[in-house]
Design a protein around this ligand. Sequence first.
Ligand SMILES: Cc1cc2nc3c(=O)[nH]c(=O)nc-3n(C[C@H](O)[C@H](O)[C@H](O)COP(=O)(O)O)c2cc1C
Length: 289
Amino acid sequence: MSDDFTEVRILDNFYQTSSFFPMPVVLISTLNESGSTNLGPYSLCFPYIVTGGRKHAMVLITRPTSNTAQNITRTKVCSINFIPDKKKYLKNCVLLGYPGETTEQKMKNSIFTLRPSTRSGPPPQGLSKYPDIVSEAFQVFECTWDDSHPLKPTPSSDASHLVLVIEKIIMKPKWKDCLFKGKGFPRLPVDYGYRDNIQFWFSKHSKPYALKVPSSKEAPIEAVQYACSRFDPEIKWEKEACAKIVKVPNIFLKRVIGGVVKAAKEEGLTVITPEFMDKVQDKRSGEKK
Ligand SMILES: Cc1cc2nc3c(=O)[nH]c(=O)nc-3n(C[C@H](O)[C@H](O)[C@H](O)COP(=O)(O)O)c2cc1C
């Protein structure tokens, strides 16, 4: 077969019909009108607001008539349940993904175990609880819909785009431990994108492997010291502290220095030491103690 590229006509649902596109598989739990938890399988669910401090959010793309879309726009709350890669779970997801069934009809076929949400505080007005979460999940994002974002970002779109603000991330202790150690990973299912009228395709999880972030060119220590000392005259930097950030790419240096200075001021420090740099650079140092 030729090694040249050949064009593929772009059809609707292009990620399934005209390409191969790896996606997650999640079960979204919502509350129906009588307060029962509904599970809907979704792949078009990605990080949307990822930096900036105040709020972090996912975006979910769904047909507006799904139970999930209707429930979220009515109650504003949902949970995104990340299930491990087991064939029996994915088989059940495909069953729960059959369109047009009510919560009562579909949940009779669910093999997943529901347990109460871990959110504290009273649920939104009119609800007796938050949606249940899936016991088999290895992590869950408990979310609230941000209705200030348009449901249809373009007039030609017939799907709903729901921005789901992450209120809480919960994880099984085993995986939280791995996250902190940077070692060991849950088995994640991958929806392979390609789909015909008969079948979904999933790819099996294989062991993740690590590739090092390219090491950036070191800036001369004098240049970093100069940038640090100029940033805020009230804060002094020890040379060894500056040495900790010589590998930061130049375009990020000001932001990194700003972050360290902010953290120092919050702690009432006027001198930045290498020990303080270690503490700031390990974002979870407080939690690990
Ligand atoms: C693995 C899988 C992934 C799916 N991903 C999506 C998706 O991202 N968006 C969507 O609108 N439908 C998706 N579907 C189809 C929905 O699951 C289907 O519309 C289902 O009826 C939704 O359930 P609900 O009505 O209870 O929300 C997916 C189905 C499966 C099996």
